[in-house]
Write a protein that binds this ligand. Structure first.
Ligand SMILES: [Zn+2]
Length: 132
């Protein structure tokens, strides 16, 4: 196993740049022990999410935050998870649990929003969200 303390800061944004943020990932996406989640649930399948799970403290919003009215919110099913989209360009930004105690303090970031990352080179881990 390749244990590393390396981290890397990534810049991310929706397509129209209305929502921009940076995030520090440790280990970096390019690390051999790093992977992104590809899920087959009804929303991930439609939006093509490739997710990494990150503590809120690692994310810094540079333009507007998720509470801004220009960021669309969407929930479905058990209503436990809220998804965020840019209201202008439609980019699927991220999701988080809004139920206390259920993945609290963590966001699922869509790495397709990251700049300078070739998603084809990332290791993927498939999860069967459809069956959950
Ligand atoms: Zn946008």
């Amino acid at each position: 196993m390749n244990i590393t303390n390396a981290s890397r800061k990534y810049e991310a944004s929706c397509h129209c740049q209305l929502v921009r943020y940076s995030v520090t990932l440790s280990p970096p996406l390019e690390d051999l022990d790093s992977w992104v989640v590809e899920c087959n649930c009804s929303i991930c399948a439609r939006n093509g999410y490739l997710n990494v799970y990150v503590q809120n403290e690692c994310i810094q919003f540079e333009t507007i935050g998720l509470d801004n009215e220009l960021v669309e919110k969407y929930r479905f099913g058990k209503q436990r998870v809220q998804h965020y989209f840019c209201s202008r360009c439609g980019s699927s930004l991220m999701a988080e649990s809004i139920e206390p105690g259920f993945y609290e303090g963590v966001k699922a970031l869509n790495v397709r929003m990251f700049e300078g990352v070739d998603v084809r080179t990332l290791q993927r881990r498939e999860i069967d969200g459809k069956s959950l």
